[in-house]
Design a protein around this ligand. Structure first.
Ligand code: TYM
Length: 333
């Protein structure tokens, strides 16, 4: 179990169906790393209930998310895949870290402010202290890197502040984690309102990973381009946010550079470009959808994956939790 490899960790809330932003911002950067890293990836169900969930939907999405992780190439033999609520150390360390996170810090979190606006009738304590639980998720595994999209950078920064504060009092308990992201995928924007990030709350501007090809094609055809007069495919995020977002997506999916994309569509306008991006995304997602459906049908296999994952994760998490409990002065049982 113990290796000298570096460690990576990340998670996604099963509060909605996975979308292209989750894939390009996070999951894509998780795969293919198990030779060099010990990798921990989880379904953040404890986080999901900070917003009211339908229990049956939450269960369905948690399992679908696990199947999709595997379909995206995360081999459960080489990556520890688990459900957050199965590893009780998350909630326990989350409590401890609440006591090392300042009210002012939590009040400044953009996600808290956004979600409070969207859920004005349910601004609960969990929504507020969410970042301390996220810090616990991270620090239990002492990771070197946390691969997430740009919208989570503020939370990783807060986690780093907690490390500094805690280690400042008790010595080197936690390793300082680094935020990790790629340029093209870090911020995938909404197809219909490119000023906003792609999110499940605007479904027509959001491409879901398991969506039918014809729906994906439609969404890209209707994607908002810009109201400039030149109508050419040129990367200019400030001036042309819609086209630049589509270029980012195309670059992230095909591996092409912005120069190559500009040359490919030189003189062709948006009419050729938008369906081409749609096609590239459809081809990327086709095997992921088919494989997810196949894996989802095998409930016994999925159960064995999450049980094994929870066991492996708990082993590592418990070591960190014990150290923390000892440092803060709790009597061992
Ligand atoms: P969540 O569930 O909102 O999103 C999961 C991952 O997807 C990324 N993402 C995006 N990336 C690019 N463009 C977008 N439009 C886009 N939308 C979402 C997010 O940045 C994230 O990487 N708090 C986390 C979940 C979490 C976690 C953790 C992550 C809980 N504990 C510990 C890392 C480590 C969240 O709400 O992500």
């Amino acid at each position: 179990m113990e290796t000298n490899k570096k460690t990576m960790l990340s998670g996604i809330q099963p509060s909605g169906d996975l979308h292209l932003g989750n894939y390009l911002g996070a999951i894509k950067n998780w795969g293919g790393r198990s030779e060099d890293y010990d990798c921990f990836y989880f379904m953040a169900d404890l986080h999901a209930i900070t917003v009211r969930q339908n229990p049956a939907d939450l269960r369905r999405r948690t399992l679908t998310q696990l199947a999709t992780y595997i379909a995206c190439g995360l081999d459960p033999e080489k990556n520890t895949l688990f459900i957050q609520s199965h590893v009780r150390q998350h909630a326990e360390l989350g409590w401890v870290l609440n006591c090392y996170t300042m009210f002012g810090e939590l009040s400044r979190m953009t996600q808290f402010k956004d979600k409070s606006k969207k859920n004005a009738d349910n601004i609960n304590g969990g929504l507020f202290t969410y970042p301390s639980l996220m810090a616990a998720d991270i620090l239990l595994y002492q990771p070197d890197f946390v691969p997430v999209g740009a919208d989570q950078k503020q939370h990783v920064e807060l986690c780093r502040n907690i490390v500094q504060r805690f280690n400042g009092v008790y010595g080197d308990v936690f390793k300082m984690p680094e935020f990790y992201s790629t340029k093209e995928g870090a911020r995938v924007m909404c197809l219909t309102e490119p000023a906003n990030k792609m999110s499940k709350s605007a479904p027509e501007g959001c491409v879901f990973l398991l969506e039918k090809p014809e729906d994906i094609a439609r969404k890209f055809k209707r994607a908002v381009t810009d109201s400039d007069t030149e109508h050419c495919v040129r990367y200019a995020p400030e001036e042309k946010p819609g086209v630049s977002n589509l270029m980012n997506i195309y670059a992230a999916v095909t591996g092409k550079t912005m120069d190559e994309i500009e040359r490919e569509f030189d003189g062709q306008g948006y009419g050729a470009f938008k369906p081409a991006v749609g096609e590239a995304v459809i081809e990327l997602l086709r095997p992921i959808r088919e494989e997810t459906e196949r894996i989802l049908a095998d409930k016994a296999y999925l159960e064995s994956v999450y049980k094994n994952g929870a066991e492996r994760a708990s082993y590592v998490a418990e070591k960190t939790l014990r150290k923390v409990y000892k440092k803060v002065g709790f009597i061992p049982r």
